[in-house]
Design a protein. Structure first.
Length: 159
C-alpha cells in the first residue's frame, strides 16, 4: 500500500514537471517525496518547502501520505488502525484530493488486511528483496536454463 501511495505522490510530481518543464523546483524532488518528513536533511527540507510554495496541492498530498504512515505507525490495535484509516480516508476525501481516489478505492477494499499490520509490524519487504535478488541473478546469467544451477546461485548469494 505504501508503494501505491508513493506512486500517487510521484505521479502528481510528474504532472507538475510536465506542466512546467523550465521550473527546477520539481526536478530533484522524487526521492525527497518518498522519504518521511522526520528523516529529511536541511537541504531536502528547503527543496520541499520551495515545491510546496508553488504547489499547495502537492503539499496536501504529501501530508496526507505522512498522516497515512502516522496512522499505521502509532496505532496499538487493529481496531484503532481501522478507525484511523477510516478517519484518514474521510479527511482526504474532504480535502478534495482527486489524485488519491484510486488509492482510497483500493484501501477501502483491503483496509482490514492493512490494519493487521499493527499486530506484528510485518511487511513483505524481505520477500520483495529476495525477488529482486533473483531477478538480478537471472539477468546476469543471461537466461540460465538449468533451474538447479539458478537455485544454487540464489542460495549461495542469499546467505
Amino acid at each position: 500500500m505504501v508503494k501505491l501511495l508513493n506512486g500517487v505522490v510521484d505521479n502528481f510530481r510528474k504532472d507538475l514537471r510536465k506542466a512546467d518543464r523550465n521550473n527546477d523546483v520539481f526536478k530533484r524532488l522524487k526521492w525527497v517525496l518518498y522519504k518521511q518528513y522526520h528523516t529529511l536533511s536541511d537541504a531536502q527540507l528547503d527543496d520541499l518547502d520551495a515545491a510546496f510554495a508553488q504547489s499547495p496541492t502537492l503539499k496536501a498530498i504529501y501530508w496526507a501520505r505522512e498522516n497515512f504512515h502516522h496512522v499505521l505507525d502509532h496505532s496499538t490495535s487493529v481496531e484503532q488502525a481501522l478507525s484511523g484509516l477510516q478517519t484518514w480516508m474521510a479527511q482526504v476525501s474532504q480535502h478534495g484530493l482527486n489524485t488519491v481516489d484510486g488509492f482510497i478505492k483500493t484501501l477501502t477494499k483491503t483496509q482490514a488486511y492493512i490494519a493487521n499490520y499493527v499486530r506484528d509490524y510485518l511487511s513483505n519487504a524481505v520477500t520483495e528483496g529476495l525477488n529482486n535478488l533473483i531477478r538480478s541473478i537471472r539477468r546476469v546469467a543471461f537466461g540460465m536454463t538449468n533451474f538447479d544451477n539458478l537455485r544454487l546461485r540464489v542460495l549461495a548469494i542469499s546467505d
